[in-house]
Design a binder for this molecule. Structure first.
Ligand SMILES: [Zn+2]
Length: 445
């Protein structure tokens, strides 16, 4: 796609998200708030499906993983130990003319000249770069004083590290094992953007895998492959995914090796997940700052060591956006444009929609009975908005519903309904009595 087509494509997706109840700008009736978004009725179902699949894949389907839900507010010492208070910064420049503030490394890209203000266009009005901490601050207790300063966590990982001993001992775990967590994190980004890709409030799906030092390469390779495969298993197109290994100059201060999974968004290839070999950096820092011994005694080898950690860190919002972009498709059917979200059946927010051909009795009674018989399969819709059945199909296509069930006058006689499939638009008649089992099998396939 050239740049203009890519912009159009992104606008189409954003507009569909708003129109169909996936994603709304936050506080919209007050003019919105920059880079904060709300998930609508379909968006919350869809994102929950993404998170649930991650959670099941990482915890329920494995013997070597447990879950955790740590709090957003943590002791300030945590962020001193992690290094965030000192080094979680971006270099910023201010414009003395228009008071604009920009990330120093983005000025040239924005204005075309490192000396020119991107907002007012004046030359030579930008200050020297200063470091700006990305953590949101707030105060615990009734007085806004330094002693009560706390941060909204900028990542969920630290909640796992400080609970390593609690989890390991309460669950009687032996290494290697992992702790998985899904939760909100906050970063006061200077230049957020690209819809829900870079937000100031976002959700992470992070896993920390605790291992013996000598097995770091083996587990790093293992998790890199497993995490890549997760996207493919949920139907993401292989040609839109790449690995991006970090060079020595890109590596974070805590990491020995790191590789990102990149997705080819309409606005360009961007990271959706990182796999990091964090060595024993995190636990060593917490040993140093807390004074607690977080080392592990390995019964098998009669050896005591500080565990190494392989981290997989995915953004729930970024990943969800990638799935949406990947699923968005337009085609021409019988001379008309058809927009269809080809979401995996696992991720689709609405699994099936029941459509009575008319709003009159006794068809309505039968249609409600058909609807009630499939409610257990996941979120379903009952669409009796009337009018053209084709229009109702198109609306379900746009939100990615895999199956539409049409109840027509013939159904009253032969106790059969029509199943219409989203991607192929193929239709078939099935007995109402067999519909739940047929749909269950189709949704699982
Ligand atoms: Zn300016």
């Amino acid at each position: 796609m050239d740049k203009r087509d890519s912009n159009d494509r992104m606008q189409d997706i954003i507009s569909l998200c708003k129109r169909r109840g996936y994603i709304f700008p936050s506080s919209e009736i007050y003019g919105g708030i920059n880079a904060v978004f709300d998930y609508g009725p379909l968006g919350v179902e869809f994102k929950n499906n993404v998170k649930r699949d991650w959670w099941d894949t990482m915890t329920r389907m494995r013997d070597d993983m447990v879950g955790l839900d740590a709090s957003i507010l943590m002791a300030r010492r945590v962020w001193q130990a992690s290094g965030h208070e000192d080094v979680f910064t971006d270099p910023m420049v201010d414009c003395t003319n228009c008071k604009g503030r920009f990330r120093a490394d983005q000025v040239e890209e924005m204005s075309g000249d490192p000396e020119v203000c991107p907002t007012c266009g004046k030359r030579g009005t930008l200050t020297a770069p200063r470091q700006f901490n990305l953590m949101f601050k707030t105060y615990m207790g009734p007085i806004e004083e330094d002693a009560g300063l706390v941060y909204l966590r900028p990542e969920t990982a630290q909640g796992i590290y400080v609970n390593f001993e609690n989890v390991q001992q309460s669950m009687r775990r032996k290494l290697p094992f992992g702790i998985a967590q899904i939760g909100k994190a906050f970063r006061n980004e200077i230049s957020p953007g690209n819809f829900t890709y870079r937000m100031r409030e976002f959700e992470q799906m992070e896993m920390q895998f605790f291992i013996a030092p000598e097995s770091e390469e083996q587990w790093f390779d293992y998790w890199r492959e497993r995490r890549f495969q997760w996207y493919l298993d949920l139907g993401m197109k292989r040609e839109h995914l790449t690995f991006h290994p970090h060079g020595p100059e890109e590596l974070a201060h805590y990491a020995r090796a790191a590789v990102d999974v990149y997705y080819e968004f309409p606005f360009g290839p961007r990271e959706i997940e990182g796999i990091h070999d964090r060595t024993d950096f995190d636990l060593r820092r917490h040993i140093e700052f807390s004074g607690k011994d977080l080392s592990y005694f390995d019964d098998a080898t009669q050896r005591r060591y500080v565990p190494f950690i392989i981290e997989t860190s995915a953004g729930a919002d970024r990943t969800s956006l990638a799935f949406l972009c990947d699923a968005y498709d337009e085609e021409v059917v019988e001379g008309e444009k058809r927009v269809v979200l080809r979401l995996s059946k696992k991720l689709a927010p609405v699994k099936a929609a029941v459509m009575p051909l008319s709003r009159k009795e006794p068809l309505v009674n039968l249609a409600h009975a058909v609807h009630n018989s499939i409610r257990g399969l996941g979120l379903t819709q009952y669409d009796d908005t009337g009018g053209n059945i084709g229009k109702r199909y198109r609306r379900q296509d746009e939100i990615g519903t895999p199956y539409c069930i049409t109840v027509d006058f013939q159904s009253l006689e032969d106790q059969q309904v029509t199943i219409r499939e989203r991607d192929s638009m193929a239709q078939r008649r099935v007995a109402i009595a067999e519909l739940p089992a047929i749909l269950a099998a189709d949704l699982a396939s």
